[in-house]
Design a binder for this molecule. Structure first.
Ligand code: ZN
Length: 175
């Protein structure tokens, strides 16, 4: 039976909680398992490290410090943006999450002229607890290794490649 290692594709069910409060922040239970290509930076580093060597049916429980998860928040990712950069009729509220070309950000302060935008991942600085159950492990296909992500259920879907010639051409829906 295949064990999770570099260049395998793992499917896992997981539940993530904050160890302090026990509050659940994410879970795959009740939906498709999470499917990912191992060793291609698709996952937070500690998560992959902790499931290495696990086989289908194995469970792992572990707690990750921020450095092994989403890192620490950085002041450099908090930026003052002129108010006029936002559409005039857009209501802006503290704590609001918005999307930009540079990724999602949260509004942390508003003045008459500027909006302070925090681009840090909302999970940055947090210690995370995971319960993981391995559902399936298989070798990655050459296409998956070339693309750097898993295909198929729970992974990336390519809708525009009926023709095998295009197998190594990532479509628009591909990261
Ligand atoms: Zn792909």
């Amino acid at each position: 039976m295949t064990a999770i290692e570099q260049d395998t594709v793992a499917s896992v069910h997981y539940t993530g909680t904050f160890p302090d409060s026990g509050e659940e922040f994410d879970s795959s239970r009740g939906g498709e398992p999470l499917t990912f290509l191992v060793g291609h930076k698709g996952m937070i580093p500690g998560f992959e490290r902790e499931v290495m060597g696990a086989k289908s049916g194995d469970s792992r429980t572990f707690t990750l410090e921020p450095d092994d998860a989403y890192g620490m928040p950085s002041d450099e990712l908090v930026q003052e943006v002129p108010r006029e950069m936002f559409p005039e009729d857009m209501p802006l509220d503290l704590g609001m999450m918005l999307m930009s070309d540079g990724g999602p950000f949260r509004i942390v302060a508003i003045t008459d002229n500027t909006v302070r935008c925090d681009f840090n991942n909302s999970m940055a600085g947090k210690t995370l607890h995971f319960e993981v159950e391995v559902m399936d492990v298989r070798a990655a296909t050459p296409d998956e290794l070339a693309h750097g992500h898993a295909h198929g259920p729970g992974g990336h879907h390519h809708h525009n490649e009926p023709d095998a010639e295009k197998d190594d051409d990532c479509g628009d829906d591909c990261c």
